[in-house]
Design a protein around this ligand. Structure first.
Ligand code: ATP
Ligand code: MG
Length: 435
């Protein structure tokens, strides 16, 4: 009888092992829930007190001075109390835990200790957030979710909304111009700015949207997509002209809205609504830097004024800006800081100078500046961006090669809207006409 029971038990164990292996190989997410999560959760709980002590995350309410005989002794209590740890919960590829702060504690020391926590828990990284006062959430990810993002298929196409890549939270990195109309994209050379612009072009190409390119690096990057661009400016002189025409265009739209009693083009009837325009600028500095001559300075100032005007008025009138630059600082000109204030969307790739990270993120999310500066050279396409929830998040664009984007632009070249004023600018640009 016993032999039969043993045989059954062995057979059941063998079945569990084989089936378990089969399931975990087919569904890596399950593998994490079944094996990775329990061991990391145990590590989090068992190391919590020690990690807190070593990293000054404990508090002590003992008085800092004591009287010993005739002496007053000053010092910190040896063993403080660690903040209260919640139950570690599984998230795809990681563990999240809520920590209730003790009175007197702030999230700052937890941010500093993120690396130590990652080592203690053998995690790839630990992200520290403070979703509400008195609470910190720690999210430990077992591996880098942005190492090789795979594009999910079947994303619904929504006008003026594009999928750029993957967020480290596992969500989709989506840019919706109707929610956040203007964007500043910064990053050192070869950090992934133009790839992001190529992705935008490829995603917007099938939509009823006019694309305007301003690429004063001689058109090296955006000229590839010329078939789907309503107009392309490759010199600053052309840029001034195109931006001027766009300012005229928004004025025309303003009259149109006023006449119809509408507050934005989205309140107009479908047939009366002018086509939305997305203006892509590759290398902002090329518009601002001058050789000091009066003529060049006047052109740069004109560009700056027009860009500011478009940023201030464009959102309601369907003109959206995406401005990319390697180094964006107030030294480019006084207009840059004013322009940045209008560009609510931010993407900060790897940067060489702290000033640019500060310019891109410092005014919105101070704590994200250091995160942007820690992006490595081999993490091309990785960036810190503003999150829909109001904070910041790391993401990685899906790699869109110039060839992929060019194919999309050729395929949808017939959808290129012709705006009357811009067509004039394009003709002049094509003829290389000097004013
Ligand atoms: N999301 C990504 N995933 C993988 N590789 C990427 C990604 N984005 C960019 N790259 C790689 O990085 C290289 C440089 O990217 P890109 O040309 O976009 O940089 P850039 O910031 O525009 O540089 P520059 O300032 O010199 O124009 C690309 O050729 C591509 O191979
Ligand atoms: Mg580039």
């Amino acid at each position: 009888m016993d032999a039969v029971v043993y045989a059954f038990a062995l057979a059941a164990l063998a079945w569990v092992l084989v089936a378990g292996r089969e399931i975990t190989e087919r569904h890596p997410v399950w593998r994490w829930y079944l094996t990775g999560y329990p061991s990391m959760a145990i590590r989090v709980v068992t190391t919590w007190r020690k990690v807190c002590q070593v990293n000054d995350l404990t508090v002590s309410y003992q008085p800092a001075r004591r009287v010993l005989g005739d002496l007053v002794v000053r010092g910190e209590a040896l063993r403080g109390v660690a903040p209260r740890l919640g139950l570690p919960r599984p998230v795809p590829g990681g563990v999240r835990v809520r920590v209730r702060l003790r009175p007197g504690q702030t999230p700052a020391p937890f941010l500093q200790a993120a690396d130590a926590l990652a080592h203690a828990w053998r995690a790839h990284a630990v992200r520290v957030d403070s979703p509400e006062r008195g609470v910190v959430t720690l999210t430990a990810s077992a591996s880098d979710p942005l190492a090789a993002p795979h594009e999910a298929s079947g994303q619904p196409a929504v006008l003026l909304s594009v999928v750029l890549g993957l967020l480290e939270t596992g969500g989709v990195w989506r840019v919706d111009f109707r929610r956040v109309p203007h964007w500043l994209i910064v990053g050192a050379t070869r950090s992934g700015k133009s790839t992001l612009l190529a992705r935008l072009v490829a995603q917007l190409a099938p939509q009823r949207v006019a694309l305007v390119g301003i690429d004063c690096k001689g058109g090296m990057e955006l000229a590839l997509f010329a078939d789907r661009l309503t107009v392309l400016a490759t010199t600053r002189r052309q840029a001034v002209e195109v931006l001027g025409e766009l300012v005229n265009e928004i004025q025309r739209r303003m009259y149109l809205c006023r006449a119809a009693g509408a507050r934005s083009i989205w309140d107009l009837e479908d047939e009366a609504r002018p086509v939305p325009v997305v203006v892509l600028v590759d290398e902002l500095a090329e518009l601002y830097l001058t050789n000091g001559s009066r003529e060049e300075r006047a052109e740069a100032e004109q560009c700056s004024t027009y860009l500011l005007r478009l940023a201030q008025l464009g959102a309601a009138l369907g003109v959206y800006l995406v401005i990319a630059g390697q180094r964006v600082g107030s030294d480019l000109g006084p207009g840059v800081t004013a322009l940045r204030a209008q560009l609510g969307g931010r993407v900060c790739h790897r940067v060489n100078d702290p000033g640019t990270a500060e310019m891109a993120l410092g005014d919105l999310h101070k704590d994200a500046v250091a995160v942007a500066q820690s992006i490595r050279t081999d993490e091309q396409g990785v960036a810190v961006t503003v999150a829909d929830s109001g904070g910041w998040v790391r993401g990685r664009t899906y790699l869109t090669t110039p060839d992929d984007a060019r194919k999309a632009t050729l395929e949808h070249a017939d959808r290129t809207p012709r705006l009357p004023l811009l067509a004039l600018a394009k003709e002049r640009g094509d003829r290389g006409e000097e004013r």
